[in-house]
Design a protein around this ligand. Sequence first.
Ligand SMILES: C[C@@H]1N[C@H](CNC(=O)CCc2c[nH]c3ccccc23)[C@@H](O)[C@H](O)[C@@H]1O
Length: 448
Amino acid sequence: CEAGPVDDAVDWTDLTRPTPAWFPAARLGIFVHWGAYSVPAWAEPTGELGTIDEATWVRHNPYAEWYWHTIQLPGAPAREHHRTVWGDRPYDDFLDLWKAESFDAAAWARLFRQAGARYVVLVTKHHDGIALWDAPGTGTRNTVHRGPQRDLVAELAAAVRAEGLRFGTYYSGGLDWSVTGFLDPEQPLLRPNDAAYAAYAAVHVRDLVDRYAPDVLWNDIEWPDAGKHRGRLGLHELFRHYYDAVAEGVVNDRWGETHWDYRTSEYQHARENESAAVWENNRGIGLSFGYNQVEGPEHSLDAHAAVRHLVDVVSRGGNLLLDVGPTAAGEIPELQRRTLEGLGAWLAANGGAVHGAAPLSPAVATASDEPWVRWTATPTTAYAVVDAAGDVTVRADHDAVDWAASRTPAGTAVEAQPVDGGLALRLPPADGPAVVGFPLAGTVGPRA
Ligand SMILES: C[C@@H]1N[C@H](CNC(=O)CCc2c[nH]c3ccccc23)[C@@H](O)[C@H](O)[C@@H]1O
């Protein structure tokens, strides 16, 4: 589509404000990709975004939520799979086949809280354009009128907030194949930029704000160029309206060069954004965001790997938005549930080193991979997260902490002896990384 009138003379800086403290303190969120694509639930587990060349990626797309796009591509195995299993059924049949018959929002919210998450972000409209609420202008192409015949956004928002967690909404502003068709399947990120689509998307996001007051507005890909302006249905107005309605609301960085509260990376992609003061890595437990029935344990993070990824992200100042892809019936697949439960068990004993924690000043101690050690800190305590058991020596280059007063968050004392250039720890055997806390001498706190 032609690029709309991009009013790049807009002053976006008047939207800048300190990031609401709840967001970086939260550290762990749960992403939920649930849609018509959860019915076929099929993709090739090709690899992680950022590690696969684009030509391979587009035809062997491991994102099951891209099913409608991938089956358009001649030569794509997904196209063959669709023909074999579904014949020539149109993608929209999957909306009517999506029944959500087992969906129990309260059970999901309980699982997410037990996983140690502090916020949940639900996809409300993905690239296929199907809305999980009765979004204006979508006619019956939403889950209120067809398929589940429920306002899934409202149900999950209420359940998540009843568990004391924050609730955010993902909206695909950058792509909507139902409005624009597949502009050029060989250029998957070619997006609609016209004023009509920009108005359509602005009405949707404003409706989400007015009805659900999301704590996070998570846009994907980018905002349509013709919508990047002030004035009614312009993005500047939308952000202003959002902040007036949700004082502690935060927006991510996928609205184009306009405005954001925090930066994002995805799997291994855009990791340069992880040098920002406030950032969030998002990824699936496996290689896909939408449920992919092909995935096995070999493609997925088990609890131990999820703990290590979360701790590594937090030690560098980030949040982890870890995705679950529920089945069309509304079940959390067992492989994903096991990882969430194991992550939650570890956080129940060691969460002090994660929730409300920040990077430790490198003047005090630094990460190592042999043994695997990451450091986090609160204003009073430095935490060594060590993925090894028994006698371990970690590098600790500063006497800013009381090395002798070391203990686990659960309070178990741990033997710690300063040795030349390091610190000798005797760690109890643990199923997963051990955490040892050291009172900070108050002079050198976490990196600002
Ligand atoms: C959460 C996932 N997002 C995918 C789109 N991903 C991207 O556009 C990644 C590119 C990206 C990473 N960090 C950014 C910051 C600014 C703009 C783009 C990106 C979607 O295509 C996918 O289906 C899933 O919803």
